[in-house]
Ligand binder design. Sequence first.
Ligand SMILES: Cc1cc2nc3c(=O)[nH]c(=O)nc-3n(C[C@H](O)[C@H](O)[C@H](O)COP(=O)(O)OP(=O)(O)OC[C@H]3O[C@@H](n4cnc5c(N)ncnc54)[C@H](O)[C@@H]3O)c2cc1C
Length: 387
Amino acid sequence: MTIPFTESEERVALRESVKALASKYGHAYIAEQARKGEKTTDLWRDFGKHGFLGVNIPEEYGGGGGGMGDLAAVLEEASAAGAPLLMMVVSPAIVGSIITRCGTDEQKKQWLPGIASGEITAAFAITEPDAGSNSHQITTTATRDGDEWVIRGQKTFISGVDEADVMLVVARTADAKTGKLKPALFLMPTDVAGLEKQHIPMEFVAPEKQWTLFFDDVRLPTDALVGDEDGGLWQLFAGLNPERIMGAAMTCGQARYALEKAVDYAKTRKVWKDVIGTHQGIAHPLAKVKIELEQARLLMQKAAALYDAGDDFTAGEYANMAKYAGGEIACNALDVAVQTHGGSGLTTELGLGNQLVAARLGRIAPVSREMILNFVAMHSLGLPKSY
Ligand SMILES: Cc1cc2nc3c(=O)[nH]c(=O)nc-3n(C[C@H](O)[C@H](O)[C@H](O)COP(=O)(O)OP(=O)(O)OC[C@H]3O[C@@H](n4cnc5c(N)ncnc54)[C@H](O)[C@@H]3O)c2cc1C
């Protein structure tokens, strides 16, 4: 019997398998690789070998044939085991979904099996220095020159370019009739001539790095275009709803990891007559995190279920709300976990201090907390647009 609000047996089994594999690596592996400036390739490949990276990719292209709910479950369990894989948000979720929904048969055959197995990693580039949250303002252009596209412009904060084989770049093409610029998507190999990348040093240590990119007349073949040049925004949103659902999955997993560490400590640390978890000053913040975490998980699961059912419009609303709730609970859970540990909370050995800074990412990217509040105010509540 399926009880509403519980997951299928297959999903539960998937979670358990992911948890078992991710726990073999855990936070210690991620932290060590990050400190050495190395990648988490072994874990990534292992996930790929077990079919975890491609659970959402159609079976005919080497994937598991499942949905975003399955992929989100994978990332949540990996994060909860201390091994969040940021590139899962990008490679199978954003790029995999866009190619699956908008790509040609050739593009699907070329890219999806590798994305599913983890042998190909794809990055995604939309953010620009002078546009930021206002992606309508992007100025990277794609111009037709014979049978090639010429890409010119700049991107910033692009994750994982150094470990990616290919990048899905959002550029603008001019409408032949009106001359108005409209967004279009291009697959760009990361070793293409005319692409320069600069590392952005960040204040948290993670294996995935961020990059500023310069496209100096990068030439791409005609078939680099994904989807229709006139397809409009829906093609982009085929990837952005998965991005938000996966952002929520990663942050919910981070919150679970922090909460588990904090609860274990609260049950064992004794400085007065009883363990510190006896004090409501310690127990209540932990209980609050538990409640808000379950709220965020429910939103994420609902958003994924709507997306998998093909209701992109309602999925958009819930994906935004889930992403908001996930970002909040990751920050709150890490803060409470550090506080519960006292001085030990900020030791390098425990690693929660670094994660506290990293969790802030959930409030900023891929879409900021403020932009989600704008969206909900306007679209869910019908309030006037403020910008
Ligand atoms: C670690 C990291 C990884 C990233 N990875 C990628 C990636 O792989 N690919 C990619 O394309 N991008 C990536 N990004 C970029 C990310 O999506 C942007 O940082 C984010 O969209 C916000 O843009 P911004 O940083 O330019 O902030 P801005 O747009 O400059 O905003 C600054 C502040 O103003 C607020 N603000 C802006 N407009 C409004 C408004 N109308 N109302 C209220 N408040 C407003 C914002 O919420 C924010 O608090 C990454 C960023 C980080 C930090």
